[in-house]
Design a protein around this ligand. Structure first.
Ligand code: ADP
Ligand code: NI
Length: 215
């Protein structure tokens, strides 16, 4: 029964996100699900079914992948309406999805362990080697430079500036990715983030060294 719901959701998400090239493809979803279930089992906390469903659906209403935030929310809503599942579970899943997004650093308090775990899982996929790959893929798709020494790192910004302002993919590390390690909710994710954070720092060191004509 629960297995059927997971399978139904997988099929829907695969169909919706399959060929996305902004870093939100099906494999991002699979990695987030794996991270989330791994954190859940390490922490020995949280409802695995809710976590798995929320991980699978977390990018469905993203406004970047829909015509508008409202359209995205409708898409999620109409899919959930097709599922044979309690209203309570549906509300919990929606609540997780709408509270976890980063939105330029504005932090909304998360009230359930399931939300904390799915948020950690999504953030882990934005850092480390995978995070590096995704940042440059996203940047390329958006048409921003890999790096531009004349573009200053933006310290404080509104959601609009974060989404639309001029930046580079290297700047994105300072504006978001290097901050994520400190924002993990669970011990397990903090531990994983330490390793991934170091990989980004090493990458940036090597990047500047090559940029400056060094080995
Ligand atoms: P957000 O909530 O910040 O929009 P997403 O998780 O939807 O982030 O972004 C998808 C991927 O693209 C992430 O790995 C993220 O780090 C990366 N990304 C988002 N914005 C930028 C940017 N301006 N430059 C480079 N990479 C970006
Ligand atoms: Ni995501």
């Amino acid at each position: 029964m629960r297995h059927d719901l997971i399978e139904q959701t997988e099929n829907f998400v695969r169909h919706e996100l399959g060929d996305d090239a902004t870093g939100h493809d099906w494999y991002h979803i699979e990695r987030v699900r794996r991270n989330a279930l791994n954190i859940c089992s390490e922490e020995n906390e949280g409802n695995t079914f809710i976590i798995e469903m929320a991980a699978l659906l977390h990018d469905i209403p993203d406004e970047k992948l829909n015509d508008s935030a409202e359209k995205g929310a409708e898409k999620l809503e109409s899919f959930l309406a097709t599922l044979d599942m309690s209203d309570e579970a549906k509300i919990h899943i929606k609540n997780i999805i709408f509270t976890i997004s980063f939105k330029g650093g504005v932090k909304s308090e998360l009230d359930t362990i399931e939300a904390k775990i799915v948020q950690d899982a999504d953030r882990l996929d934005a850092i480390g080697a995978i995070g590096i790959a995704r940042a440059f893929a996203f940047g390329g798709k958006k048409g921003q430079p890999i790096y531009d020494p004349d573009l200053a790192v933006r310290e404080k910004m509104t959601i609009q500036e974060y989404r639309k302002g001029k930046s580079s993919s290297v700047n994105h590390f300072y504006e978001k990715l290097l901050k994520l390690k400190e924002k993990m909710n669970t011990k397990t994710a903090s531990r994983m983030a330490e390793e991934r954070h170091k990989r980004m720092e090493q990458f940036l060191e090597q990047f500047y060294s090559e940029w400056n004509g060094q080995s």
